[in-house]
Ligand binder design. Structure first.
Ligand SMILES: Cc1cc2nc3c(=O)[nH]c(=O)nc-3n(C[C@H](O)[C@H](O)[C@H](O)COP(=O)(O)OP(=O)(O)OC[C@H]3O[C@@H](n4cnc5c(N)ncnc54)[C@H](O)[C@@H]3O)c2cc1C
Length: 126
């Protein structure tokens, strides 16, 4: 039997159940089959906890912009000299925001970088 692959996280005074990722072109469609799958999995692990399928307006969805190697893009643009790029954080953008922000601040200030960032070069696939 396969596990439900649903993450349960405390978030802002509430409990978040989430975890599906769909490889698709950019669109704002919420796939309710996936939401139903998450909701159905909850009583498998919390038998006394029954959650109704939320209203579509209450469902958090969004983009997990993935790079081919799974690493973010961080660094100066090769084309526009005063543009710093920081994106492509895939599934980890919330967790990585503090360190990415720190690196962007260091780049902008021209100070020594906390870590080597060559592997995150925005142009590495050009
Ligand atoms: C439901 C959900 C739960 C999440 N939970 C967590 C979590 O618990 N912890 C965590 O660390 N992260 C989580 N994430 C992931 C996090 O939200 C993302 O990693 C983060 O938002 C990505 O930010 P970014 O700056 O790297 O995005 P960017 O790289 O800046 O990309 C996003 C933007 O680029 C645009 N874009 C991309 N490609 C193109 C294109 N070709 N043309 C035009 N525009 C384009 C998109 O429309 C979008 O506006 C979650 C994401 C979702 C959807």
């Amino acid at each position: 039997m396969l596990e439900a692959r649903v993450a349960v996280t405390p978030m802002d005074g509430q409990v978040r159940f989430g975890g599906t990722m769909e490889i698709a072109p950019i669109n704002h469609h919420v796939n309710m089959n996936r939401v139903q799958g998450i909701v159905n999995s909850i009583p498998q692990y919390y038998p006394d906890y029954h959650v109704a399928v939320p209203n579509i307006k209450k469902i958090w969805y969004g983009f997990r912009p993935c790079s081919p190697d799974g690493l973010p893009y961080i660094g100066y643009s090769q084309k526009i000299s005063n543009l710093i790029i920081a994106g492509g954080h895939g599934m980890m953008g919330v967790s990585l925001a503090p360190v990415t922000g720190k690196l962007v601040a260091e780049l902008a200030a021209g100070t020594k970088l906390s870590i080597q960032i060559d592997c995150y070069r925005p142009d590495r696939f050009n």
